[in-house]
Design a protein around this ligand. Structure first.
Ligand SMILES: *C/C=C(C)/C=C/C=C(C)/C=C/C1=C(C)CCCC1(C)C
Length: 245
C-alpha cells in the first residue's frame, strides 16, 4: 500500500475513513431506537460499510495507477439498490409494496449498467459511445426521480404523513440534487458533446464521485437515523425511566 501523493488519492483515504466511521455509528445506533426502525439503520450501516470496503480497494488501485471503474460500479450496484430498499422500509408502515421496491431496484440497475457501459473501454460497447450510454442512464435516473417525487413512492409517503413524509421528502431531495452529482462527474470523465465542460471545471471524475458518495451514502443514513430518533420523542417513557422519577 502506498501513501497518497495526489488530491484524488487523498479523497479515497478520507472516503474510506468516513464510510467506516459512519458504519460504526449506524450499527451502534440500532440498539437505541424502536424495533421497527432497526432494519432501516442496519441497511444504512451496510451501505456505508460496503462503500468503505470498496474505497479501500479503489484507494489501492488508484495509488497503483490502475482504473477504479469496476470497483466503483460493483459498489454502486450493491449500494444503490439498498437505498431503494431504504425507501421501501420507511414506507412499509404506510403500505409500500414489494413491487414498488423492485421497480426502483430495476430502474436503478438499468441506470448503473448503462453508465458502466458508458465508462468501460471508452464507452465503445455496441458502438454507442459515452454520450449515448449516459443518455440512457439519465433516462432511468429521471424515471426514478419521477417515482420518488410524483409517482407511487410519493403517494405512499403522503398517506404516511408526519415524520415519515418529512424523511421521505428529504430523501427525495437527495435523489434529485445529491444524485445529480454523478452525471456531472461522468461528463467530466468521459468524451462527448459535453467535453467542453472539462475546460470550465477541472475536477477529477473520481473526486466528484467521492463527494457524491459521501453526501449521499452518509446523508441518506443520517435522514433515516433522524427519523428513527425523532420517533423516540413520542413514545411513552420506559418502565426504567419511570422508576427513576
Ligand atoms: C452510493 C452511490 C450512489 C447513490 C450512486 C448513484 C449513481 C448515480 C445516480 C449515477 C448516475 C449516472 C447517470 C444519471 C448518467 C451517467 C452515468 C451515471 C451512472 C454516472
Amino acid at each position: 500500500m502506498s501513501v497518497p501523493t495526489d488530491g484524488t488519492g487523498f479523497t479515497f483515504w478520507l472516503g474510506a475513513m468516513a464510510m467506516m466511521a459512519a458504519s460504526v455509528f449506524f450499527f451502534l445506533s440500532m440498539n437505541g431506537v424502536d424495533a421497527k426502525w432497526r432494519t432501516s439503520l442496519l441497511v444504512s450501516g451496510l451501505i456505508t460499510f460496503i462503500a468503505a470496503v470498496h474505497y479501500m480497494y479503489m484507494r489501492d488501485a488508484h495509488a497503483a495507477g490502475d482504473s477504479t471503474t469496476v470497483f466503483r460500479y460493483v459498489d454502486w450496484i450493491l449500494t444503490v439498490p439498498l437505498m431503494c430498499v431504504e425507501f421501501y422500509l420507511i414506507l412499509k408502515v404506510a403500505g409500500a409494496t414489494k413491487s414498488m421496491m423492485w421497480k426502483l431496484i430495476f430502474w436503478s440497475t438499468v441506470m448503473l449498467v448503462t453508465g458502466f457501459f458508458g465508462e468501460f473501454n471508452g464507452g465503445s460497447a455496441l458502438g454507442l459511445g459515452p454520450a449515448m450510454w449516459g443518455l440512457l442512464s439519465g433516462a432511468a435516473y429521471f424515471y426514478i426521480a419521477y417515482m420518488v417525487w410524483f409517482g407511487e413512492v410519493k403517494k405512499v409517503a403522503v398517506s404516511a404523513g408526519g415524520a415519515v413524509l418529512k424523511a421521505h421528502n428529504t430523501l427525495a431531495w437527495f435523489v434529485l440534487v445529491g444524485w445529480a452529482i454523478y452525471p456531472l462527474g461522468y461528463m467530466l470523465g468521459t468524451e462527448g458533446w459535453y467535453s467542453g465542460l472539462q475546460d470550465l471545471v477541472s475536477l477529477d471524475m473520481n473526486v466528484v464521485y467521492n463527494i457524491g458518495d459521501a453526501v449521499n451514502k452518509i446523508g441518506f443514513g443520517l435522514v433515516v437515523y433522524n427519523l428513527a430518533v425523532s420517533c423516540l420523542l413520542y413514545t411513552s417513557p420506559s418502565p426504567r425511566d419511570q422508576r427513576g422519577s
